[in-house]
Ligand binder design. Structure first.
Ligand code: GLY
Length: 367
């Protein structure tokens, strides 16, 4: 595949982010409604993606204005460390894409400290009885004290990073215990994964799998599969444990084998047969593409080339088929699905879809 499309895709990214950075400033876009992003708070799970995007584009353009905005976002995100009751396991996404990136780009010691505090909060969510990191606080009357979710695989790198930075394996041990639990309790045998598994928080006994954002408890929410694919690849990267690489490959095989012709999945891989007009989830495709490129760089050789090629095919389709009409939207990728069953951001642009699309394009550029 020639690289002309990749250059065009990258130009489109830079134009879009330069343009929307003037509109958004240091704020927290989530998903679009009628082409305009709905803004959210600094403690929302999506808060890190906008500063993350600003850093990705800054890394190529060195536009100081983007850096200034990313720093202003981090300042707001770091304040949430004092909002303990609002916080959740997604501090991994939030601080990983803001504070850690700020530390890496600017050697900012305060940002490093914020990320270490977030890692301590994440480690504090570990329940040793069931060997899981609790995902969320309770919402209303819904008791989440025993809930673990697949997305958490993407929060574990905050723990691996913290262990490396402070030269102390405690956080890595917790991350590995959680990842080992996911291998046992979330994998459905064919490479698909559950979204939520509920445990008894006292005894640690597994109670049940729940549908969460998927169609059903035993269906296959496509973004959940993408989180698992990428998350296990990252756990392998930090630990060298082959079981994690095998899991990443197994999920990748399931994901790739079940894609429709245009390489972008429906929002769940196991929808009822008459659901052909169901929405796609371009964010799942973008996350999986970035995860496949991660696997490619970890395994190398001919096998790595196959993962790279699969990622490239997905990204090519996203550029050609899912950015067409993006001038009408504040987002880059169209046709993402946030939460189908609750009718939240359906057939929309999603800030995390845009983030992983841009991350994957950059990886491909230098692969
Ligand atoms: N719960 C995070 C997601 O929608 O992927």
């Amino acid at each position: 595949m020639d690289n002309v499309w990749l250059e065009k895709a990258w130009e489109q990214v830079v134009d879009k982010i330069e343009q929307t950075s003037h509109t958004f400033g240091a704020a927290f876009p989530n998903g679009t409604e009628h082409g305009r992003f709905v803004m959210t708070s600094a403690h929302d799970w999506v808060a890190g993606f906008w500063p993350g995007l600003l850093w990705l584009v800054y890394s190529e353009t060195k536009n100081e204005r983007l850096q200034t905005l990313a720093v202003a976002c981090e300042e707001q995100i770091s304040q949430t460390l004092w909002e303990f009751e609002h916080l959740h396991h997604d501090v991994g996404f939030m601080f990983g894409l803001s504070s850690i990136k700020q530390y890496e780009h600017l050697e900012d010691e305060a940002a490093k400290r914020h990320a270490l505090m977030a890692a301590s909060l994440l480690a504090g969510r570990f329940n040793p009885a069931g060997s899981f990191i609790r995902a969320w606080p309770n919402w209303g009357n819904e008791d989440h004290s025993g809930w673990a979710i697949i997305d958490c695989m993407m929060n574990l790198p905050l723990l691996y990073w913290a262990s490396e930075v402070i030269a102390d394996p405690r956080y890595r041990h917790i991350a590995e215990l959680h990842a080992d639990m996911v291998l046992k309790e979330f994998m459905q045998g064919d490479g698909s994964v559950h979204h939520i598994v509920a445990f008894d928080p006292e005894t640690g006994a597994r109670v049940e799998a729940l549908a969460g954002q998927g169609y059903a408890a035993d269906s296959a929410w496509s973004r959940g599969a993408a989180w698992a694919l990428y998350g296990f690849a990252l756990s392998y990267k930090y630990t060298g444990k082959e079981t994690y690489l095998e899991a990443a490959k197994q999920v990748a095989q399931f994901f790739l084998a079940n894609l429709p012709a245009d390489k972008v999945p429906y929002w769940d891989f196991r929808l009822p047969k008459d659901s052909d007009d169901m929405p796609r989830d371009s964010s799942a495709a973008a996350i999986a593409a970035s995860g496949l490129l991660e696997i490619a760089s970890l395994v190398g050789t001919d096998e790595g080339l196959r993962y790279k090629q699969a990622a490239e095919e997905i990204l090519f389709s996203l550029f050609h088929n899912y950015t067409e009409g993006q001038e009408e939207s504040q987002g880059l990728l169209l046709h993402g699905t946030g939460y189908f069953m609750k009718d939240i951001h359906v057939d929309a642009s999603l800030i995390y879809g845009d983030y992983y699309y841009v991350e994957a394009l950059l990886k491909l550029k230098y692969a």
